[in-house]
Design a protein around this ligand. Structure first.
Ligand SMILES: *Cc1c(COP(=O)(O)O)cnc(C)c1O
Length: 356
């Protein structure tokens, strides 16, 4: 039996995606070659890239202003590549500081220009999302993290601003319907909600490019990747194929509306269980709770260790909190079945009755 996989990333993928990916490694589309053995400029692979690109645009309902790129280097490279492409030395970009990942993006941006932290929840250990704050209209862009994977908060309503909006959507991409076209740039490492590690998705509105005077190394320049259809150099072919399979699965299951409904059902069940028993504490502001990553604690550390051990004994993995935060984190990405959340909620209930 498969384990209940609550890993935060890399994380659970649909079983059928894993099977199709394994098949493609052995014999891709019946051509008697492995996916790993064909040229990235062959029609076979170019078709994969094309279909993946089109599915992204379809799911996000984007028009021709938007370009879809599949790049190396993870979301972490985007922390650097965004300001490198978009921020001149003398200019200022606005950043929201709502978690560990966002603060890393801030550090990288400060290498290239001025950073104005327009919102921060750091003073409360990143347990909430800022609401009303000013965004100076001369900011080059506003950067935020749509879902804070480590701290368990999520933007449920995005700021409205005339400043170009940029979001790190690594841990909640394709989990809900949002107005994607209101963003100028969106990016995500694939390994949480859309595939295997090794590729990141970058979706950019072309209108924000070409305004920078800085010299950009060729491989870091978004425009070069657009011109080359993400084939500037050898792309991570296997990771892109797994992303395609995952995108097909999302569409087949009912698209973003279906993913959103499932996330709502799963996260409601889990948070209800947390709220039902005082043995579980969560510091996250209720309105800002993440539907992807629930972070909570059992204050008695011995008891918490016992809880983690029980999860382990019941084939539930990935439940231990992030190393700097501690506690318990249950990640509920798209591919996680409702049954897995039901199973851990039952375990939590039994544990609370026994030890509460
Ligand atoms: C996991 C994660 C990252 C880091 O992604 P890499 O692909 O490892 O660079 C960045 N941002 C968020 C929100 C994440 O969840």
């Amino acid at each position: 039996m498969r384990k209940h996989n609550f890993n935060s990333g890399p994380s659970i993928l649909p079983q059928e995606v894993l099977e199709q990916a394994a098949d493609a490694i052995k014999n891709f589309n019946g051509i008697n070659l492995s996916l790993l053995e064909i040229g990235h400029r062959s029609k076979w692979f170019v078709d994969v890239m094309e279909e993946a690109r089109n599915l992204v645009k379809e799911l996000m309902q984007l028009n021709e202003n938007f370009e879809v790129l599949f790049l190396h280097g993870g979301a972490t490279t985007q922390f650097m590549q965004i300001p490198l492409n978009l921020l001149n030395n003398h200019e200022t970009a606005a950043y929201c500081d709502n978690g560990i990942w966002g603060s890393k993006a801030i550090n990288e941006a400060s290498v290239f220009g001025n950073v104005n932290i327009v919102a921060s929840s750091k003073e409360k250990n990143y347990t909430y999302i800022n609401k009303n704050f000013d965004i100076p209209t001369n900011s080059k862009y506003l950067h935020l993290t749509s879902n804070n994977t480590v701290e368990g908060t999520q933007w449920h309503q995005f700021p409205t601003t005339s400043v170009p909006l940029i979001a790190d959507m690594s841990s909640d991409i394709f989990s809900r319907k949002i107005d994607f076209k209101s963003f100028s740039l969106m990016y995500a490492g694939a390994q949480k909600n859309m595939g295997a590690a090794g590729v990141s998705l970058v979706v950019v509105n072309k209108n924000i490019l070409g305004k920078n005077s800085r010299k950009i190394p060729a491989i870091m320049d978004y425009q070069n990747h657009i011109n080359a259809n993400s084939l500037l150099n050898t792309p991570p072919v296997f990771a892109i194929y797994v992303a395609l399979l995952t995108l097909r699965w999302i569409k087949k299951e009912g698209g973003l509306a279906a993913m959103e409904k499932r996330a709502e059902e799963k996260s409601s069940l889990l948070y209800n269980t947390i709220d039902n028993f005082p043995i579980y504490t969560t510091y996250v502001e209720k309105a800002d709770r993440s539907k992807m990553n629930a972070v909570f604690f059992i204050e008695d550390e011995n008891l918490q260790n016992k809880f983690l051990e029980e999860c382990n004994n019941n084939s539930m993995i990935g439940v231990k909190g992030y190393r700097t935060v501690g506690g318990i984190r249950v990640s509920m990405y798209n591919a996680l079945p409702y049954e897995s959340v039901a199973a851990i909620s039952q375990l939590m209930t039994n544990f609370a009755i026994k030890h509460g």
